[in-house]
Design a protein. Structure first.
Length: 149
């Protein structure tokens, strides 16, 4: 039995000084666009949604939200990642929370280890079955391998 996979990955974008941001890679299509960018002095405030030293690219965040809203009930939904913004109820949380609360849905959430306890607390009472630990490269490789089948 083959399970359809939808959602997105957030591969890092390296710059001269380390990670400059993260792209949004749509699993179903391979489409790639900017998702998060390291905040710079030139950015100003401009009402953008910030998370730590990064800011969301509005088009990337809108696309991530759309992916969640349009995901089919039978899909394994991959969300890379659930992070500080979602812990504050921002980012993609408004679209993700109803999916996690639906007992008929299945989602694979990527969470950095330092936030795992906080995310588990946030999803308490929702349809979360188990937390598995994977090396990031291993998980992304598995998802991409399954996508190419």
């Amino acid at each position: 039995m083959q399970i359809p996979v939808s959602g997105y990955l957030s591969p890092s974008v390296n710059g001269a000084d380390g990670i400059a941001g993260y792209d949004l890679e749509v699993i179903e299509t391979g489409e790639v666009m900017s998702f998060l960018k390291r905040q710079s002095a030139d950015d100003g405030d401009r009402g953008v949604s910030k998370v730590g030293s990064f800011r969301f690219i509005p088009e990337g965040l809108a696309r991530a939200r759309e992916i969640l809203k349009r995901s089919a009930a039978e899909d394994c939904l991959v969300v890379d990642e659930v992070g500080p913004a979602e812990l504050q109820g921002r980012g993609v949380w408004p679209e993700l929370a109803p999916i996690l609360a639906d007992p008929c849905r299945f989602a694979l959430l990527v969470v950095r280890e330092s936030l795992a306890g906080d995310v588990l607390e946030r999803v308490k009472g929702m349809n979360v079955v188990e937390v598995l630990r994977f090396d990031e490269a291993d998980l992304v490789g598995r998802v991409l391998k399954e996508r190419s089948r």
